[in-house]
Design a protein around this ligand. Structure first.
Ligand code: UN1
Length: 497
């Protein structure tokens, strides 16, 4: 049976790409399972989608925010009903296990309800004027057409972080999902449409970065750009947006550290390390990839982590017995292989894993063994560069201060964790770890949608998704002055007496 064909969504119509080309969406756990053929779009498709979004903006920006929010609320309710179906389709297109894809859909549901609530807030400010008979306030205004480029590791949650705040704030959108996972974005947007979203308010154009992503960032009618993905691509997106003076939110790499001090509950730290490093097959920007362990406990910790990593059951995430799915594609497998080679050459030791699994049922997918690397020194590339796979490094420290120094000796700054029972050291870690997120006695993954999400240093460019941070990106402040004195009053010159 030929795979189902999916078109772009432009101005409320499902239309094929003008390039005439398509690409397949393949299950990374089973290559004979093709979920569909999607459009390999180009600049002309982007242009049509952006123009449709600009047209739709004329009325959407005037739709009252509480009415926009009703659509989000209904979207949340429909997603709840469809959660199981969407989770199963997501496991097939992305590979992570069902419990996690249910969580991914849940994250979109949470974002829908949270942002629906914003429809009746979107607070501005009032403040006294320095002059008599004058009123001053600031209000949030929509930005206009927003261009969004989403990654494959959270194929529904991350598009929802971008779309839902943008929509409640009164923007219209063109989204390019990751080429590995377009179906989950289709499911999300179909739900918005079923909830009553008018045509053209959200448009989907599928395709690859250079052909479809680049023209979206460059398009003169796109007023703001939101990107989640690699630092390498983010640099190009940021530079392009800067050349057009466009606000641009970049959420990129991480090399997230977990500190395990000698007084930690070791069993809890091990649970956290296993989940943080191998949950989502290590393919989260928040994944635990450096574990900095105090010398007094490093032996026990490492032995136990290796045992637990070896006991993980790998396979097709649709099977409820499976604990870890495949990597997303061949290229990511090659990255994992390359970094294990680099680690060995640098003098580190692969304690378990370090290679792809290619035999039997694994032959049909992109599987890589859960990998623990020991004898890692802070300056090694394996300790500095993002792998984005199931590969975790263990580094030794002899004091709390040294642990902090190792954790901060990195170009990234997304998530961090510390395991200790000492409240003083926990608070110091919260203050001193250079990261957008710090967990105490919990792993580096698992951010909740109503708190700001993002990082410092080269993880991002200062913007935040989630929480009120998202509203700051998808609105622009307008300051409004009402003078009811019936005379010219000059600010800074007339005293207002
Ligand atoms: C990501 O990996 O890009 O905090 C997002 C977490 C998830 C989101 C991860 N809620 O791990």
């Amino acid at each position: 049976m030929p795979a189902k064909g999916y078109n772009n969504l432009i101005g409320g119509k499902w239309v094929p790409s003008r390039t005439g080309k398509t690409f397949p969406n393949v299950n990374p756990a089973r290559h004979d399972d093709v979920l569909g053929e999607f459009q390999a779009s180009g600049a002309a498709d982007i242009d049509a989608a952006v123009k449709a979004a600009a047209e739709a903006w004329k009325t959407w920006r005037l739709t009252p925010a509480p009415a926009r929010a009703v659509i989000l609320y209904r979207t949340g309710e429909l997603l709840l009903e469809r959660k199981e179906q969407y989770a199963r389709e997501m496991t097939r297109e992305m590979g992570k296990v069902l419990a996690e894809t249910r969580g991914d859909v849940q994250e979109a549901i949470d974002t829908a309800f949270y942002m629906a609530g914003e429809g009746r807030r979107l607070f501005g400010q009032t403040t006294p004027s320095e002059l008599q008979n004058k009123f001053a306030m600031s209000v949030r205004m929509p930005v206009g057409v927003c261009g969004m480029i989403a990654p494959w590791n959270f194929p529904m949650a991350i598009p929802s972080w971008k779309l839902f705040p943008a929509l409640v704030c009164g923007n219209t959108c063109v989204i390019k999902p990751a080429e590995d996972t377009p179906l989950s974005t289709f499911n999300l947007v179909q739900t918005l449409i079923d909830a009553g979203l008018p045509p053209g308010v959200v448009n989907i154009v599928t395709g690859f970065g250079p052909e479809a992503g680049a023209p979206l960032v460059e398009h003169p009618l796109v007023r703001a750009v939101s990107f989640t993905g690699s630092s390498e691509v983010g640099r190009i997106v940021g530079q392009t947006a800067a050349a057009h003076f466009k606000p641009c939110s970049l959420e990129m790499g991480g090399k997230n550290a977990m500190i395990v001090l000698e007084d930690a509950n070791l069993d809890l730290a091990l649970d956290g390390a296993l989940w943080g490093a191998f949950g989502t097959t290590g393919q989260r920007c928040t994944a635990t990839s450096r574990i900095i362990v105090h010398k007094d406990v490093i032996r026990d910790f490492t032995e136990e982590l290796v045992d637990r990593a070896e006991a993980l059951r790998l396979g097709d995430g649709l099977d409820p017995e499976i604990q870890m799915g495949p990597q997303i594609n061949r290229q990511q497998i090659e990255t994992s292989i390359r970094y294990c080679e680099i680690a060995k050459k640098e003098g580190a030791k692969i304690l378990t894993g370090g290679k792809p699994l290619t035999k039997g049922a694994y032959a049909k997918g992109h599987f890589f063994a859960p990998t623990v690397v020991g004898k890692v020194k802070p300056g090694m590339r394996i300790a500095q560069e993002e792998v984005f796979g199931p590969v975790v490094s263990i580094l030794e420290c002899s004091s709390f201060d040294e642990a902090l120094a190792i954790a901060n000796n990195i170009q990234y700054g997304l998530s961090t964790a510390i395991y200790t029972r000492d409240v003083n050291r926990a608070f110091r870690a919260v203050r001193d770890l250079e990261a957008g997120i710090t967990y105490v006695n919990a792993p580096t993954i698992g951010a909740e949608v109503h708190l700001p999400f993002g990082g410092v240093k080269q993880t991002g460019n200062g913007h935040r998704e989630g929480g009120t941070g998202a509203l700051d990106f998808y609105t622009t402040w307008k300051s409004v002055y009402f003078d009811y004195s019936d005379k010219l009053q000059r600010a800074q010159i007339d005293t207002g007496e």
